[in-house]
Design a protein around this ligand. Structure first.
Ligand SMILES: NC(=O)c1ccc[n+]([C@@H]2O[C@H](COP(=O)([O-])OP(=O)(O)OC[C@H]3O[C@@H](n4cnc5c(N)ncnc54)[C@H](O)[C@@H]3O)[C@@H](O)[C@H]2O)c1
Length: 353
């Protein structure tokens, strides 16, 4: 069977993870790369053997040989580019977050649903083999009903600057950028319950602290610390219709002693920890047991999770099956994230019907 010709739109920092993983999949062929910055696109094309370079994504989409695309651009272009790609008959893997607003997400969902094409949202944490392994414990009832979860992603210093810190292009700060990963992971592990209400707080207290020396952090390809219109910290409480709740705290910067991530879920029969290391907690014969699953890596393995995300996308395109993270889940996540921002702006809880 012939390989799938892939186009990658956006050749900045995260595109490397997509390109490396397509390279690692022998059913995919890196065929075209597009970036507003021609030199960046050409450099990536040379490195990964793509024969076509574009600066206008519409021209890439007009190439009939391309079957599927990865959208790795700024958040404000996700909806527009994904929509155009679907309309051009391509399958789409779009980076998280799906877009910037519920309206954009609803519009995109409609286009996807009427197209017969696949849109997979890049919720990479779901694709980590550890998450998939632990999900089996949940599905088989070992954890019981999950009624409480914690999603935390604290950077003491890590505002990526550039478009990430421009609310017009990003849609928000740490909540929409890194919070989305851990919130989605908890929500997915909880069985995707319907959200009932959210209550959030955002803080713009420390700025981006571009004065700090001697510590490096993730940066946008076009790093610029001058513009910063996003929050530096968000916390939130999400309530679900089934009575479960999810507690969130995320930051680009905070006076924390170190970076910290926590993804923990608590059920009626047991508990699960995913971040910082996987663990299962349960009770047997009146004794509490902390169980450590024996796996290659107990922490989150970015490269392995990305490979599994890309492999899944390629396989869905080939088989026509629905991806593990469909557009509908991208929309639900936008409801939660935008609800939290709205709650913080109004200073009150937001209820969903
Ligand atoms: N899954 C993850 O763990 C993860 C990690 C980082 C970033 N991301 C997501 O990936 C996306 C890109 O982030 P990044 O860190 O690579 O940013 P980046 O700034 O490093 O790269 C973005 C690239 O997109 C290009 N671009 C923007 N608009 C374009 C357009 N209309 N047409 C063509 N090219 C365009 C820019 O020129 C830039 O080269 C974001 O949505 C971000 O949220 C995901």
């Amino acid at each position: 069977m012939s390989t799938l010709k892939i186009g990658v739109i956006g050749a900045g920092s995260i595109s490397e993870a997509h390109l490396n993983s397509y390279k690692g999949n022998n059913e995919a062929e890196i065929y075209a790369i597009c970036d507003l910055n021609e030199e960046r696109a050409a450099k990536a094309a040379k490195k990964y053997g793509a024969t076509h370079v574009y600066t206008d994504y519409n021209e890439l989409l007009a190439n009939p040989d391309i079957v599927a695309v990865s959208v790795c651009t700024w958040n404000n272009t996700h909806a527009e580019i994904s929509k155009a790609a679907i309309k051009a008959g391509k399958h789409v893997l779009v980076e998280k977050p799906l877009c910037r607003s519920v309206e954009e997400a609803l519009d995109l969902q409609e286009v996807v649903r009427s197209s017969g094409k696949i849109l997979q949202v890049g919720f990479v944490r779901r694709y980590d083999p550890n998450a998939q392994m632990l999900r089996k414990f949940v599905e088989n009832g070992d954890i019981g009903d999950i009624y409480f979860a914690k999603a935390s992603s604290i950077r003491r210093l890590g505002n990526p600057g550039g478009w990430f810190s421009d609310v017009e292009r990003s849609g928000g700060g740490p909540l929409i950028d890194i919070g989305v990963h851990v919130i989605d992971l908890c929500w997915y592990m909880m069985g995707r319950p319907k959200v009932k209400s959210v209550s959030g707080n955002t803080y713009h207290k420390l700025g981006n602290r571009s004065n700090i020396e001697n510590l490096s952090f993730y940066r946008a390809a076009d790093y610029n610390a001058k513009l910063n219109t996003v929050e530096d910290m968000t916390n939130a409480l999400i309530r679900f219709e089934n009575g479960a709740s999810l507690l969130v705290d995320v930051s680009f910067t905070l006076h924390a002693k170190k970076d910290e991530g926590a993804v923990k879920l608590f059920g009626t029969k047991g508990g699960l920890e995913i971040d910082p290391e996987i663990s299962i907690v349960t009770e047997k014969y009146n004794t509490i047991l902390n169980i450590t699953p024996q796996v290659d890596s107990g922490g989150f393995d970015f490269g392995r999770a990305f490979q599994s995300e890309i492999d899944h996308f390629v396989s869905c395109v080939k088989s026509g099956s629905e991806p593990l993270s469909p557009v509908e889940d991208g929309l639900e996540m936008m409801k939660i994230l935008c609800g939290i921002y709205e709650s913080a702006a109004k200073g009150e809880e937001i209820h969903f019907n």
